[in-house]
Design a protein around this ligand. Structure first.
Ligand SMILES: Nc1ncnc2c1ncn2[C@@H]1O[C@H](COP(=O)(O)OP(=O)(O)OP(=O)(O)O)[C@@H](O)[C@H]1O
Ligand code: SF4
Ligand SMILES: [Mg+2]
Length: 324
């Protein structure tokens, strides 16, 4: 089956003053099939949002290709993107900043329907009411303004607006990190339900590994602009192979005796910046298992078993005997 999304060797670099360059995304391959929910995790600054924006062509690529449904998104002129934009939507972290405070919810939801020629006038308002109900809000709320809602309700409205055009891809960039803990699970459940009903692909960017387990079937782990591990979600939780993934999981899961080889914590010390990227394996300055080879030779993603890829010279699931 042809993938819905294919990113090939994508790089996004931001030039700074004095000739320095931020290597925000530094050679990423990513494939998403229709209806698949994929999580993207990693520490702050590792390039998750930049990758998500590059995927939607909200920022230019420095190098690489992005294919959407077999079409070369990276080559299509801006003026001809509208039919594809309809099929790709994004939900951001801060729902208040995403909604125009001067517009009633009805106008906010009718706008994409009219812009993309899906409905007009009374019919568009009718559809806007149905969209609200679909995200768990009564259609009477069409007449209210954004400030009359809670954070969770506002994010539901943003999701309603995003699905108005029946997109095939939804990018959710930390959609719940600005919300109360008690509300987050409800929004994750809503995203999951919509993904199944609409058969959308979702790229779910988050710091919350529990949420990834709730929403996604596959997960990618990023470190300093690179994907270092990719696996089906349960596999990643039960048999993580990259030392960095293990450290991320350790921060959120109770350790089990069978996983005693995992590092308890990432070593203290400076986190390298995406300006001065370490040589060899980018994680070697923090990795408890680093050896000399790691300082000079960059590991590429290798398949360890079906659907599980890891970029490490000494992956933890290979039965090696390293100790922290
Ligand atoms: N417009 C820009 N100009 C210069 N540097 C940028 C720009 N946008 C992002 N960066 C840098 O690129 C790197 C990746 O940023 P990005 O926002 O993609 O990270 P992130 O993984 O989404 O982080 P967070 O979890 O905090 O949202 C960071 O070092 C960031 O400072
Ligand atoms: S390649 Fe070496 S430094 Fe990098 S994660 Fe693997 S063991 Fe650690
Ligand atoms: Mg981000």
């Amino acid at each position: 089956m042809q993938p819905l999304i294919e990113m090939r060797e994508v790089r996004v670099h931001f030039p700074l003053q004095r000739g320095e360059v931020v290597h925000a995304v530094d050679g990423v391959n990513l494939t998403l099939t229709q209806g698949e929910a994929v999580g993207l995790v990693g520490e702050s600054g590792c390039g998750k949002s930049t990758l998500a924006r590059a995927l939607l062509r909200l920022i230019p690529l420095t190098a690489g290709e992005v294919w959407f449904d077999g079409k070369p998104l990276h080559q299509i002129p801006e003026g001809q993107l509208r039919p594809l934009r309809k099929q790709m939507q994004i939900v951001f972290q801060d729902p208040m900043a995403s909604l125009n405070p001067r517009l009633r919810i009805g106008h906010i939801l009718v706008e994409p329907l009219e812009v993309h020629g899906l409905a007009r006038g009374k019919q568009a308002w009718q559809q806007a009411g149905e969209l609200l109900e679909r995200v768990g809000l009564p259609s009477e709320y069409l007449h209210r303004y954004p400030h009359e809602f809670s954070g969770g309700q506002r994010q539901r409205i943003c999701i309603a607006r995003a699905i108005a055009t029946q997109p095939r891809l939804l990018v959710a960039d930390e959609p719940t990190s600005a919300l109360d803990l008690s509300i987050r699970a409800q929004i994750h459940a809503l995203l999951s339900a919509l993904q199944r009903e609409l058969h959308m692909a979702i790229l779910f960017v988050t710091h919350d590994l529990h949420a990834v387990r709730q929403v996604c079937s596959r997960v990618l782990v990023m470190y300093l602009g690179k994907v270092v591990e990719s696996a089906p979600v349960e596999r990643l939780f039960t048999a993580p192979a990259h030392p960095y993934t293990c450290a991320l999981l350790d921060a959120v899961l109770e350790p089990k005796p069978s996983q005693a080889r995992r590092p308890r914590n990432l070593p203290a010390g400076d986190v390298p910046t995406a300006v001065r990227v370490p040589t060899g394996c980018r994680f070697h300055t923090r990795c408890p298992y680093a050896q000399q080879r790691c300082e000079v030779e960059e590991p590429s993603l290798q398949t360890t078993e079906a659907g599980h890829e890891v970029a490490c010279h000494y992956p933890l699931s290979s039965g090696n005997t390293k100790t922290a």
